[in-house]
Design a protein around this ligand. Structure first.
Ligand code: ZN
Length: 168
């Protein structure tokens, strides 16, 4: 899989997560903690998939075996808490846009953190910012340089850019 294919697959995870969360939040008979808990569990499975893809792909790119990364077992609880805070922050406003943004951002960030862990495990020194197809000017600027692996650039909401090793 090319770097672009990898980035596109991570973006698909994010898109599917957004659609699933929007559908569930709009149609579920659950509410409050039960809804938050079901969304938290679901999002943790998406983060897990994004983490494993980043591990397998980044390792293949480096021609090494996957690290075997796993998310902490507290991940569903953490995500449930995040969903609760969204629901509580916008009880009268429509919480759906914030939930959509959360669902779209979480797997992208999980994938970046995983690729960073793989690079660190293999002493890769620098990484690149691989642009999403509709990049903002900030990301275009970021993509022109390489970064030390331990310094993940700040990204903006809806950013689907990916980090990949900078190797020859
Ligand atoms: Zn971006």
């Amino acid at each position: 899989m090319t770097p672009e294919g990898y980035r596109a697959t991570q973006a698909q995870y994010a898109q599917r997560a957004e659609q699933t969360v929007l559908l569930a939040a709009a149609s579920s008979t659950l509410s409050g903690f039960a809804l938050a808990s079901s969304l938290g569990i679901y999002l943790s499975t998406v983060n897990e998939a994004a983490t494993q893809l980043a591990d397998v792909w980044t390792s293949a790119f480096l021609r090494v075996a996957p690290v075997g990364l796993a998310l902490p077992r507290t991940e569903p609880d953490r995500l449930t808490e995040v969903v609760i805070s969204v629901l509580e922050q916008s009880p009268r406003l429509d919480p759906l846009p914030r939930l959509a943004r959360l669902a779209r951002t979480e797997p992208v960030v999980a994938g970046r953190m995983a690729s960073q862990q793989v690079m660190q495990a293999h002493n890769v020194e620098r990484m690149r910012w691989l642009l999403d197809p509709d990049p903002c000017p900030t990301c275009v600027a970021l993509s022109k340089e390489t970064y030390p692996v331990d310094q993940l650039p700040e990204s903006h909401p809806h950013c689907e850019c990916t980090t990949i090793p900078d190797i020859d």
